[in-house]
Design a protein around this ligand. Structure first.
Ligand SMILES: *Cc1c(COP(=O)(O)O)cnc(C)c1O
Length: 396
């Protein structure tokens, strides 16, 4: 664990790591990265010594959510640390095959909020558009594992024409969030086509892409991709980083290319047991994000996805993390902690309680250092004082 006095804010490169013979030209080519992903037990065995829990996990979890890990991300794995926070995110473990009673296939109730297959309309003025079921690598705690990766029973069947028609007709929709799966896996031409089509709808003001490609596959963030994206402003990108180790020099360069294309970047992280459930790790993560020009946006309590109990923490743990950040570091570095209400409640903000008491004419507050302050309501101006002031003004 990182001690608070020595925050891990160094950006380092891990290439070539487990692929010592790989030519730089191949390594930097995202297509090579995709072709050489770690997809099987034998791929894993060729590079690291698995624990029994991981071996069983790989054998049992394959028909729920595929395993796939880009060489870039795999390189961050510490082969001498069975509890490495990188491996817990992408290598299945035996616990994944156990379903807790509180767990749900569709924890955020998305399927019941789809007016068109692939389009989730949960909030009044914005939609989530699920444009693909594929990612560069698969997170074991994926909130959409019921449809993502293509190996489960349920399939994502996005109805493109119907979705565009819905968006054209629903003039209340001013914000479209492309997600999936990972939209940045699409070719430049296909992304351009989708964004152009959305931009042709006059009431759609704001576009967003949710993507973990900058973390899993920074090689995909090419100058050509940035040129396409910047034609469609205002366009924001939410990335997904959970641990400071993920922010390598290659990742930072990709993020800077996006930021230089005028794309505001936010980060959504998930609070995960054994990965980032400590204030020290979170502090180092948010500081590194700011240095890579990314504003921490949300910290999610892990959804009640099936087979995720070993990765979930108590809610109190998240509140404690926010409390160690707020006031103690840059306000821009503090994400909003949220729980996606199980079954379809949407994102609910969870905050440490700084309001100690409310009474009829004041609130009693606690600051980040624990000191108590009172903030009174405004005193109504007495009629007699008002009258006196008017008279004074008349005489002057
Ligand atoms: C998260 C989410 C959004 C976007 O929410 P913001 O708070 O605006 O970032 C929109 N639709 C759905 C269904 C979501 O889950």
């Amino acid at each position: 664990m990182i001690s608070p006095s020595e925050p891990d804010t160094n950006f380092t490169s891990h290439a070539p790591g487990y692929w010592p013979d790989c030519e730089a030209e191949n390594w930097d080519d995202y297509k090579w990265q995709l072709r050489n992903r770690i997809n099987s037990l034998s791929d894993l065995d060729a590079h690291i010594k698995l624990t029994d829990e991981e071996r069983a996990g790989v054998l049992l979890a394959g028909n729920k959510l595929a395993m796939s890990i880009t060489p870039h991300f795999f390189n961050l794995i510490d082969k001498n640390d069975p509890n490495c926070p990188i491996r817990r995110q992408v290598i299945p473990r035996i616990e994944e095959a156990w379903t807790a009673p509180e767990e749900l296939a569709d924890p955020c109730g998305e399927d019941s909020h789809m007016p068109v297959p692939g389009l989730v309309h949960r909030y009044p003025d914005r939609v989530l558009f699920l444009v693909t079921d594929r990612c560069a690598s698969y997170c074991r705690y994926c909130t959409r594992s019921r449809v993502v990766s293509g190996v489960g029973e349920q399939q994502l069947e996005t109805q493109w024409e119907q979705a565009f028609q819905y968006l054209e007709e629903h003039t209340e929709v001013r914000d479209v969030l492309l997600s999936g799966g990972d939209p940045l896996l699409f070719s430049d031409a296909k992304l351009d086509k989708i964004l152009t089509r959305l931009r042709a709808i006059p009431h759609i003001q704001f576009l967003r892409i949710g993507s973990r490609i900058p973390i899993f596959l920074p090689q995909r963030i090419t100058a050509e991709l940035c040129d396409i994206l910047k034609k469609h402003h205002p366009l924001f990108i939410s990335i997904h980083s959970n641990h400071p180790k993920e922010l390598t020099t290659e990742v930072r360069e990709g993020l800077i290319r996006l930021a230089d294309a005028g794309i505001p970047l936010g980060n959504q992280s998930v609070l995960l047991r054994g990965v980032n459930d400590s204030p020290e790790i979170q502090k180092s993560l948010v500081h590194k994000l700011l240095m890579a020009r990314v504003r921490p946006y949300y910290l999610y309590q892990c959804d009640l996805i099936m087979g995720s109990s070993h990765l979930r923490t108590s809610v109190a743990e998240g509140v404690n993390i926010i409390e160690t950040l707020r006031g103690h570091t840059t306000g821009y570095a503090v994400p909003q902690f949220v729980i996606d209400g199980p079954g379809g409640g949407g994102k609910i903000p969870i905050n440490p309680n700084y309001v100690v008491d409310t009474s009829s004419n004041k609130v009693t507050l606690r600051n980040f250092e624990g000191d108590i302050f009172e903030y009174p309501d405004p005193t109504p101006i007495p009629t007699a004082d008002m009258k006196a002031l008017h008279e004074k003004a008349l005489c002057s």
